[in-house]
Design a protein around this ligand. Structure first.
Ligand code: SF4
Ligand code: SF4
Length: 177
């Protein structure tokens, strides 16, 4: 996740701080701790741990992400150490240029901001909740199609924006390189 340690090049360490999607609650909602992680220490460092079935997880947006950098980089959880998004893998394989990667990140961030803005306008203002849960909560709210025209329109706008964001995330960040 932000500031990848392995296989990093100068370019890659410049790339992640421009992105942050794997730390800010856009790509992931919860992240599971792995064997070798130290829950006590991670809690002391500020991660919000919780139990999910038999796993221990932490929530995103990550409490240790300052919007650009990981504040516990040296001690970050193992999942963060090993995660590489599709874009990162493609860069390392030479399949994507630096310019194209930064363009893709900028596109994803624009799409994210559009969804965020609409989610806020539709009343979900809690930035500590992962973005996909926020738009799912809005979509689940009952709405009167006959009397609440503006809200209906805004919600359709949101669903289009979500569709666009999901396509970008699947194309550039998720799945295999
Ligand atoms: S999603 Fe990829 S490019 Fe973005 S911060 Fe995470 S590892 Fe870096
Ligand atoms: S611990 Fe660091 S690398 Fe892991 S999600 Fe949080 S900010 Fe990102």
């Amino acid at each position: 996740m932000s500031q990848p340690a392995t296989n990093s090049t100068d370019f890659v360490s410049r790339l992640c701080p421009n992105c942050g999607l794997c730390c800010n609650g856009v790509l992931f909602g919860d992240v599971e701790l792995q064997r070798g992680d130290n829950p006590k220490r991670l809690t002391e460092q500020g991660l919000n741990l919780f139990r999910k079935s038999r796993k221990t997880c932490f929530r995103q947006p990550c409490a240790c992400f300052d919007g650009k950098w990981c504040q516990v980089y040296a001690d970050r959880p193992n999942r963060c150490r090993t995660f590489e998004c599709r874009l990162l893998k493609q860069i390392q394989a030479g399949a994507v240029t630096a310019t194209a990667a930064l363009r893709n990140i900028a596109e994803a961030r624009r799409a994210t901001e559009q969804v965020r803005r609409l989610v806020r306008e539709l009343g979900h203002t809690d930035e500590s909740v992962p973005l996909n849960r926020r738009y799912a909560a809005i979509a689940a709210q009952p709405i009167d199609l006959a009397t609440d025209e503006e809200r209906v329109e805004r919600r359709s706008e949101l669903m289009l924006a979500v569709g666009r964001l999901v396509r970008i995330l699947e194309r550039d960040f998720l799945g295999q390189g």
